[in-house]
Write a protein that binds this ligand. Structure first.
Ligand SMILES: NC(=O)C1=CN([C@@H]2O[C@H](COP(=O)(O)OP(=O)(O)OC[C@H]3O[C@@H](n4cnc5c(N)ncnc54)[C@H](OP(=O)(O)O)[C@@H]3O)[C@@H](O)[C@H]2O)C=CC1
Ligand SMILES: CC(=O)N[C@@H](CCC(=O)OP(=O)(O)O)C(=O)O
Length: 309
């Protein structure tokens, strides 16, 4: 059986990456519209209603508009934008989030791809909250840096047009659009304090959380934290928990140009402090890789087909 796919926003940063991952694959037929008509509502509407699965790689308003254009009840959606990540009727597209999340995605009509930042945060935190090591109301702080392609065409043009900066902290008002998503899907009482930055590299992402293990109920050891994460990701090749022996530094480029995510648990057993680090590609597991993983799961294909792991 062949699954027909339409990527709306195929000329954008995420859309192009998705096209690369599905091009020429057995069992997938790509519906394309002329470059000149790629923003034409009539042309998009026709493609949106012809496809078995559409992947939206659009700004939030255009993604909402695309969903409103769908009249075919058989058309299924993966939305890469942040328009529907905490919306009723949408399934959150992080297959590793809960033991039954991939099954939920497989049966869903509307799947919202996770934000790049929440992907690392949730991968680190959700298993610890589920296991009771971190209470749901624990005051978490999540910081890190993203490659500048995380800001799409506009930020790429800024960084490559002579306005590059080495490293820039942003989201200073502590009201980043990803907070609701991190709170809800983390099963948390409040969102983390989120301290994002953008670095002068095209792609790559490093997100991290400091944990005062000595202050947590039960004072879990570093080994206990790592064991919970290893157990949570035992059966997936996409998220891996790596050893930390002999590692003096972790680079933002660690998992760039891949669709995997690597988690590491560093810490000092003497003072009961832990430093949990997730590395991945903002355009890989943070966007296009995740969208293709969701597409595969929804279509009943090999979940990691087309991915670079
Ligand atoms: N970049 C990243 O790392 C990540 C991005 N995302 C999300 O994915 C979505 C796409 O982001 P990204 O690829 O970075 O953004 P880009 O700005 O690179 O691409 C967006 C594309 O959508 C096109 N577009 C805008 N409005 C319309 C419309 N009405 N009809 C058809 N096409 C339209 C744009 O056209 P034009 O080329 O003319 O501008 C552009 O090609 C966003 O919602 C973003 O938040 C999610 C996770 C990570
Ligand atoms: C560097 C940078 O600006 N990154 C973007 C996140 C991009 C992303 O993946 O998030 P969405 O899917 O929610 O757009 C930001 O922090 O808003």
């Amino acid at each position: 059986m062949t699954v027909s796919i339409f990527v709306d926003g195929a000329a954008g940063t995420t859309g192009l990456e998705i096209r690369d991952r599905i091009a020429g694959r057995d069992g997938i037929a790509v519906i394309a519209i002329d470059e000149a008509r790629r923003k034409d509502a009539a042309a998009r509407s026709e493609a949106l209603n012809d496809a078995d699965i559409v992947i939206l790689c659009l700004p939030d308003d255009a993604a909402r508009e695309a969903v409103a254009l769908i009249r075919n009840p058989a058309t299924r959606v993966v939305d890469a934008s942040s328009a529907h990540r905490v919306a009723d009727g949408w399934t959150y597209g992080l297959p590793e989030l809960e033991p039954d999340q991939a099954a939920r995605i497989a049966g869903a009509r509307f799947v919202s791809n996770p934000g790049c930042w929440p992907s690392g945060f949730l991968a680190l935190v959700r298993p610890l909250v589920r296991a009771g090591l971190v209470p749901a109301d624990w005051p978490l702080v999540y910081s890190g840096a993203s490659g500048y392609s995380g800001g799409g065409k506009a930020m790429i043009a800024e960084f490559e047009g002579g306005n590059a900066t080495g490293f820039r902290a942003y989201g200073l008002g502590l009201s980043h659009k990803h907070l609701a998503e991190m709170r809800m899907h983390g099963g948390l009482a409040q969102p983390p304090i989120f301290l994002p930055a953008v670095a002068n590299v095209y792609r790559g992402m490093l997100g991290e959380i400091g944990l005062a293990l000595h202050a947590l109920p039960g004072q879990p050891s570093l080994a206990a934290v790592e064991d919970v994460l290893r157990e949570a990701y035992r059966d997936t090749p996409v998220v891996r928990v790596a050893a930390t022996d002999d590692i003096a530094a972790v680079r933002i480029e660690e998992d760039a140009a891949s669709d995997r995510m690597t988690l590491r648990v560093f810490g000092n057993p003497d003072n009961g402090q832990a430093r949990l680090i997730a590395t991945y590609d903002n355009l890989g597991k943070g966007a296009a890789g995740a969208a293709v993983q969701n597409l595969n799961i929804m279509a009943g294909l090999d979940p990691v087909a087309g991915l670079t792991l």
